[in-house]
Ligand binder design. Structure first.
Ligand SMILES: *[C@@H]1O[C@H](CO)[C@@H](O)[C@H](O)[C@H]1NC(C)=O
Ligand SMILES: *[C@@H]1O[C@H](CO)[C@@H](O)[C@H](O)[C@H]1NC(C)=O
Ligand SMILES: *[C@@H]1O[C@H](CO)[C@@H](O)[C@H](O)[C@H]1NC(C)=O
Ligand SMILES: *[C@@H]1O[C@H](CO)[C@@H](O)[C@H](O)[C@H]1NC(C)=O
Ligand SMILES: *[C@@H]1O[C@H](CO)[C@@H](O)[C@H](O)[C@H]1NC(C)=O
Ligand SMILES: *[C@@H]1O[C@H](CO)[C@@H](O)[C@H](O)[C@H]1NC(C)=O
Length: 463
């Protein structure tokens, strides 16, 4: 099987016992809602959508997290502001609705024809109708990353069902980055900002790997430094190892929060800075090729061995998780997100130019589909001229972090005065949705205050 290469927006993980404990402790329980598999044409059966639900005051608002491309438990953890601050403060009923074809919300037969954003929004709509205690219950939707795109789309398509949307780090314009340069450019910028030499030292490491890919006598040494589960036997495996490293570095830029994240293992505070410190140690007092690679291996361990229980790595095994398969299908149909890397001077990564035709062909090989780059801008209005197409949109906040690799695709300018764009200076991926922390920078505190003020207007709160 030929896989489609991509980087997940979110941070892929599997449900852990720790996640289950978290939602039970917060007073949430699991509810399954059965909805049509095909909302539009009716028939071919039903699908059960998992929802984490907290019942609040029947006179309070309904807050909904519009789930994205992972099991829903993951977002319960990443949207702690909703769980621990907003929900209790407004005595809200809060629902985290899983995205169909992820987690436990799978159809009986894996027919991907029913995996598209129109069907997903209809799932949300139907469940929201069932959850509203009364006709006048105010509703606000929240989402981060692709979940933020869905929150905004939901407000666009179902303004009669929702009073406002918080769309955090939502890369609605990512498809316009035709060469896929932005993601790795911003990632490089983050490492450069932490310590300028850091980006150059990382680039040195990739150059060494490019070179070693051509020299089979180095492969035993590489296998041992990178603790691969089976020895490297081809230069394409060395290139796959590079991609595996690139993915770890990009992940840490997304997770560059001012405090450790501790759910599935332990990722330190400011993992980009920590990586740069490690790389600094392995680059001095004099540079040595093998030591540079040892530094990169150690850095990769921050992501791939965050639990400390990984015994070896398999950088060239393509993921066969349901999340990867479903997400691969979505970016091969509606959700074009070009991703490439171009080397110095554009970024610190190996040269992997994005080529639409290759992508198009691999989508057909893997899924039997061709991407339709026009459908979702037309469907939701985020064209290059979105200021016009969204001139009547209201009550949506688009927030974005100045350090987030996905900021390329975020709105930087509001289409009108009823939509707000909030820049979070120094923020990584959807920092504002996370549970408030004493190490939060003032920028995210202000962003949350503005968002909360707007939410109060939308729900008619007069506390
Ligand atoms: C929240 O709503 C529930 C259900 O109506 C009620 O029992 C509870 O007292 C309320 N809590 C607060 C803090 O208002
Ligand atoms: C980490 O790097 C950022 C720049 O990206 C800098 O603002 C911050 O102060 C650094 N934090 C620590 C703890 O070194
Ligand atoms: C993962 O971390 C543990 C604990 O630090 C270490 O013993 C183990 O060797 C690491 N695994 C790999 C593949 O480096
Ligand atoms: C992983 O996918 C690549 C294409 O992206 C392919 O060339 C390679 O053979 C695959 N590896 C495995 C182990 O299937
Ligand atoms: C993708 O490839 C197919 C088959 O070659 C072609 O018909 C289609 O036009 C391509 N898509 C785009 C957007 O170019
Ligand atoms: C839509 O926006 C235009 C331009 O801002 C405004 O003149 C018009 O009244 C709006 N229409 C509705 C139905 O809100």
């Amino acid at each position: 099987m030929n896989w489609v290469k991509f980087v997940l927006l979110g941070i892929l993980s599997s449900i852990s016992h720790a996640e289950e404990m978290l939602y039970l402790q917060a007073g949430y329980f699991v509810e399954h809602f059965t909805v049509p598999l095909d909302h539009i044409n009716g028939d071919p059966g039903l699908i059960s959508i998992k929802t984490l639900l907290h019942i609040g005051d029947p006179n309070g608002p309904l807050f909904v997290y519009t789930g994205n491309e992972s099991p829903i438990e993951d977002f319960f953890y990443t949207a702690g502001w909703l769980v621990y601050t907003l929900g209790p403060y407004y005595n809200a009923t809060v629902a985290f609705i899983e995205h169909r074809y992820y987690g436990d919300s799978l159809p009986n037969q894996m027919n991907y024809a029913y995996l598209n954003t129109d069907q997903v929004l209809l799932d949300f709509a139907q469940i929201i109708m069932q959850l509203k205690p009364s006709e006048s219950t105010p509703v606000v939707v929240f989402g981060g990353s692709y979940g933020g795109m869905l929150s905004a789309y939901f407000r666009i398509k179902f303004s009669h069902l929702v009073d406002g949307a918080i769309a955090s780090s939502a890369p609605v314009l990512e498809y316009l980055d035709k060469e896929g340069m932005g993601l790795m450019y911003q990632t490089t910028q983050d490492y450069f900002d932490a310590y300028p030499n850091c980006a150059f030292n990382i680039n040195d490491g990739f150059n060494i790997l490019d070179n070693f890919a051509q020299n089979s006598y180095t492969w035993n040494g590489l296998s041992s430094i990178f603790q691969t589960c089976s020895p490297i036997t081809s230069s394409s495996q060395v290139l796959a190892l590079e991609d595996w490293l690139s993915n770890a570095l990009e992940t840490m830029a997304q997770l560059n929060y001012p405090y450790p994240t501790t759910l599935n293992g332990y990722t330190p505070a400011f993992p980009v800075n920590v990586s740069c410190s490690i790389i600094g140690v392995y680059s001095s007092p004099i540079k040595n090729m093998w030591r540079t690679l040892q530094g990169l291996a150690k850095v990769a361990g921050l992501v791939y061995n965050s639990t400390g229980t990984t015994t070896c790595y398999s950088p060239w095994d393509n993921s066969t998780s349901q999340t990867s398969i479903s997400w691969g299908y979505q970016i091969c149909t509606e959700l074009m997100m070009p991703q490439g890397s171009y080397g110095i001077p554009y970024d610190m990564f190996p040269s992997r130019p994005y080529d639409f035709n290759t992508f198009n062909a691999s989508c057909y090989q893997t899924y039997g589909v061709y991407p339709n780059p026009e459908w979702y801008p037309i469907n939701y209005g985020f064209t290059p001229f979105y200021v016009n197409s969204l001139k009547n949109l209201s009550n949506v906040v688009f927030s974005w972090g100045s350090e987030d690799p996905w900021q390329t695709g975020c709105l930087k300018e509001a289409p009108n005065n009823n939509v707000r764009v909030i820049k979070i200076f120094g923020g990584a991926h959807h920092l504002d949705l996370r549970r408030p922390n004493r190490n939060d920078p003032q920028s995210v505190i202000s962003a949350r205050n503005s968002e909360q003020g707007l939410i109060e207007q939308w729900i008619g709160w007069s506390g």
